[in-house]
Design a protein around this ligand. Structure first.
Ligand SMILES: Cc1cc2nc3c(=O)[nH]c(=O)nc-3n(C[C@H](O)[C@H](O)[C@H](O)COP(=O)(O)OP(=O)(O)OC[C@H]3O[C@@H](n4cnc5c(N)ncnc54)[C@H](O)[C@@H]3O)c2cc1C
Length: 337
């Protein structure tokens, strides 16, 4: 057994590879170049060979395709079988999934079939050697599965030294998308995986409804976020400032839990991870669970009336003052410009 490759499960969006899967390919390529490994992908569906070609343009050396009319619509159990079987046949060292709704339910089932471990919802992954402190044994090409733990108080690096593949789901929105290069040529391998009839009958898909996402925090260049300090009235100011600046509106969990704004605006551990060029936090204290979701923003600005608020530890520019005084002034000045 060689176990020298990283396998990425690629989800599809319309007739393309999903953007978050491409981000994961970027990360897999980074790990692979560090550890002298190759990156391969697995794609499941029907009529997906053109999508597989697209995936090779992003720097994947081989795409394993399970193409079957019965797999045209995503279905948990048959997809689990398809991916688990491809993994058994191709023996990757590492298998990565995006921590999306689909990846979060699929990956643990695949891991259970393969009797290996999995870390869910990683905010980063790395690769290197690892020495077991109890035996002194050294393991190579160990996947460091990094994620916040204890309510975000610490970042844990979890390892699966003695089972293969090493598996993780990784949050979307953390890595760039590798450039599309049509001069790249990768191999596309079709697999005929037998999936029993009863696997299809366990879950019946009655209808597929596409969610109309109103908020696009992940690709936003500028986010203005409001917290508990804003109240409903202050959030109106947050919205106005975001509009004047051409940005998106984010929020802390406290603001979401108060019912002032919907969950798809939430930034943080149990919300979205964002990294805009500019992040403006208004009336947000800077709890670790919030900071973990925005700390990679290029420039962080905070407006808070408490000079000791923890948010000021991660800001590039801080304004100490009452948001109901500061924000209207800002809006007025920006409008004049
Ligand atoms: C497991 C777990 C997961 C969590 N996940 C998340 C998450 O994803 N995202 C998240 O945000 N939180 C999350 N939290 C909650 C987190 O711990 C905090 O409770 C939350 O972030 C606090 O929100 P806040 O900063 O808006 O409110 P507060 O902590 O109450 O801060 C309000 C701030 O507003 C300031 N303020 C008040 N009035 C004004 C004014 N007039 N002008 C200027 N400033 C003012 C105050 O000085 C204060 O600093 C999670 C917690 C746990 C345990």
């Amino acid at each position: 057994m060689t176990f020298s490759k990283i396998l990425v499960y690629v989800e599809t969006s319309e007739d393309s590879p999903a953007e978050h899967s491409l981000e994961l390919i970027w990360k897999a390529r980074e790990l692979a170049s560090k550890a002298d490994m190759s990156v391969e992908a697995v794609l499941v569906g029907h009529g997906v060979f053109d999508i597989a070609r697209e995936v090779t343009y992003r720097g994947v050396s081989k795409v394993h395709v399970v193409d079957n009319p019965r797999l045209a619509t995503y279905s948990l159990i048959p997809y689990t079988t398809a991916i688990a079987e491809v993994i058994k046949k191709t023996e990757p060292e590492i298998a990565l999934f995006s921590a999306t709704v689909i990846g979060r339910e699929l990956a643990p089932r695949v891991a259970a079939r393969l009797k290996t471990g999995i870390t869910a919802d990683c905010t980063d992954v790395d690769i290197g050697s690892w020495v077991d402190p109890s035996t002194g044994r050294k393991y190579e090409k160990v996947l460091y599965q990094i994620r916040p733990t204890y309510g975000g108080e610490i970042m844990a690096a979890i390892v699966t030294p003695s089972h293969r593949p090493q598996m993780a789901t990784v949050r979307p929105g953390l890595f760039p998308i590798p450039p599309r290069d049509t001069s790249r040529s990768g191999e596309i391998v079709g697999w005929n995986i037998e999936i029993a009839d009863e696997e299809f009958s366990k879950i019946e898909v009655l209808e597929v409804r596409r969610e109309q996402r109103k908020v696009d925090l992940k690709s936003a260049k500028l986010i203005v976020s409001g917290g508990r300090g804003c109240g409903l009235k202050g959030l109106e100011l947050v919205r106005e400032l975001a509009e004047v600046l051409g940005g998106e509106v984010g929020a802390s969990r406290a603001a979401v839990d108060s019912g002032w704004i919907s969950y798809d605006h939430q930034v943080g551990l149990t919300g979205q991870t964002v990294k805009p060029e500019v992040y403006i936090a208004i009336g947000i204290s800077g709890a670790v669970q919030h900071v973990v979701g925005m700390k990679d923003s290029k420039i962080v600005i905070a407006i808070n009336k408490d000079p000791d608020a923890p948010i000021f530890r991660v800001t590039d520019y801080g304004i100490v003052g009452d948001l109901f005084v500061v924000v209207p002034k800002l809006i007025e000045k920006l409008k004049r410009r």
